[in-house]
Design a protein around this ligand. Sequence first.
Ligand code: CDP
Ligand code: CDP
Length: 221
Amino acid sequence: DHSIPVIAIDGPTASGKGTIAGRVARELGYNYLDSGAIYRVLAVAALAHGLFPESESDLRKLDALAASLPVEFRADRIYLGGKDVTESIRSEEAGTMASRLAVIPSLRGHLLQRQRDFRRGSGLVADGRDMGSVVFPDAALKVFLTASAQTRAERRHRQLIERGESADLAVILADLQARDKRDTERAVAPLKPCEGAHVLDCSDMSIDEVVNTVKAWYLKA
Ligand code: CDP
Ligand code: CDP
């Protein structure tokens, strides 16, 4: 329904998209879409089936998997075929596989409607890479949220430590730069600010400052 307003928040990994989009959604009473989670669920399913996008025959199976992906979002938990995958989709392995699958146009196409289905209720805040350009081109506000690679690596590092996982800052920085490169250079829905996007570098901003900036832009839009 095009009359339901959308706030699109796109940007590179660990820029703070999920944190900001979730907060803005809660404060406005809007729905929230973490589109990256859908790519990550597909990645976990692909890993579980041992499917790799570089193989022609696997690719056909991946297409079928994406077209009928049994993913469910219920009360802040994410399920794949009834199994709770909320934590397992956050692994670096799942993130890397997600970005390898995300370069394939047919797979992206299969996930399109699933993302648009989140547009219900009084509004939607959606975060990802192509929310403003492809999935919700008619969004009321488009934000490209970014931060320096060093800052993003440090934020991701802190998150992993807080989760009790071992993490090496240099490895995280290298992975993040590799993922940025793949996301930026792909032919379909590359990572870059789309037409009409407000670019916000939040390297030196607190979460509150970013949330308030986005809300102020939205109320003026
Ligand atoms: O969703 P995305 O990968 O873009 O990032 P995130 O998981 O929302 O944020 C990565 C980390 O950065 C989280 O721990 C946030 O709390 C933190 N963050 C921050 O310290 N300052 C900001 N202005 C934005 C996010
Ligand atoms: O949390 P983080 O920002 O690292 O990644 P994510 O948003 O969970 O997305 C994982 C991967 O899925 C990204 O590296 C992208 O390659 C892909 N993705 C995408 O292509 N389009 C989206 N709308 C969301 C994610």
